[in-house]
Write a protein that binds this ligand. Structure first.
Ligand code: AHR
Length: 324
């Protein structure tokens, strides 16, 4: 009889050990392994802070790893999270492709994966539980829609071509691919709008400045518009434009993406014309999802962040409300 009771108890323990939500059921702290892209922009710094603060607030043990914008470092970090048997892995993939093998390893180890900020290009979507982040294609569309309706640019288009230079984000990254796609989709119906140069500035201020210098050298006063895939590259480019003796925001109209505080400061100074919002404050929602996943709850496969567009004329009023 005693033996039978013991066997039932061990069976229950065994079932519990393979049940999602064990950490919570046992009152243990959830362990989250998070692999961050790097620290390439003001946006990324705010994103990291949001994740760290929210994990601490929710009592989740965070194992944080900075990949310094290298995919190999992210893969190493994910493998180490698997070896440490964390409860959940979350990461923001630096580029879109090349993730299947490591994601299959996580799946084999029964560790759920959450994609945050950026998605991956993989056919088997059972390799991750959900993807939370912005709609980057829509951000590109919003930038283009703002541009074609901006009165000084409308005037210019009525007279002749509007020459655009584009600073792209990191090559192969979801935001670089999608922001280009969304922007071009809108411009397709606008024959006067021409992208005359397009190059990566790797989402950094330093590279944004360097590439803008090259654009100015090649095209000079022909440039009417700068479209930058993030604010940091636009801020770097503003410096290059000023050093070339031109007025950013006037001689060259600038639209970029993120809506970080630095962009609002540049708009208030009249040097940037519009920023399209991409919120990095994903921490609270991510921690909620981590808890739900561990509790075995059903969650949507895609969660899109809600965002706005901020032209220069609202910058001063909006600035005090900005959180990043
Ligand atoms: O993935 C989001 C993008 O990555 C942000 O727009 C950019 O600033 C960051 O580096």
């Amino acid at each position: 009889m005693k033996r039978a009771v013991f066997n039932v108890a061990s069976a229950v323990l065994l079932i519990l050990a393979f049940t999602p939500g064990l950490a919570m059921a046992q009152g243990k702290k959830i362990v989250l392994g998070f692999s961050q892209v790097g620290a390439e922009s003001e946006w990324r710094t705010a994103n990291t802070q949001s994740i760290k603060d929210s994990a601490a607030k929710e009592g989740i043990t965070l194992k944080f790893s900075d990949a310094q914008q290298k995919q190999e470092n992210q893969i190493k970090a994910i493998r180490s999270f698997i070896a440490q048997k964390v409860d959940v892995i979350a990461f923001s993939p630096v580029v879109e492709t090349g993730w299947e093998p490591v994601l299959r390893e996580a799946k084999a180890a029964k560790i759920p994966v959450i994609l945050t900020d950026r998605s991956v290009a993989a056919k088997d979507d059972s390799l991750w539980v959900t993807f939370i982040g912005s709609d980057f294609v829509e951000e590109g569309r919003r930038a283009a829609n703002w541009l074609i309706n901006y009165p000084p640019i409308k005037e210019l288009a009525a007279k002749g071509d509007v020459n655009i230079v584009e600073l792209q984000g990191t090559v192969g990254s979801a935001p670089a691919i999608d922001r280009k796609k969304g922007f071009e989709e809108i411009l397709k119906g606008q024959p006067k709008f021409k992208i005359i140069r397009s190059q990566t500035g790797d989402f950094t201020r330093a590279k944004g400045k360097e590439v803008m210098e090259a654009f100015l050298k090649a095209e000079g006063k022909k440039i009417n518009v700068l479209y930058a895939h993030n604010d940091d590259m636009a801020i770097g480019a503003i410096q290059a434009i000023e050093e070339a003796g031109l007025k950013p925001g006037k001689d060259i109209v600038i639209v970029s993406i993120d809506a970080v505080k630095g962009a609002f400061e540049a708009m208030i100074a009249g040097k940037l014309n519009c920023t399209v919002e991409c919120s990095p404050l994903l921490g609270p929602q991510l921690m909620g999802l981590v808890k739900d996943v561990v509790a075995g709850k059903q969650i949507p496969k895609r969660i899109v962040t809600e965002e706005g567009v901020f032209p220069q004329d609202v910058a001063a009023k909006e600035f005090p409300n900005r959180k990043y």
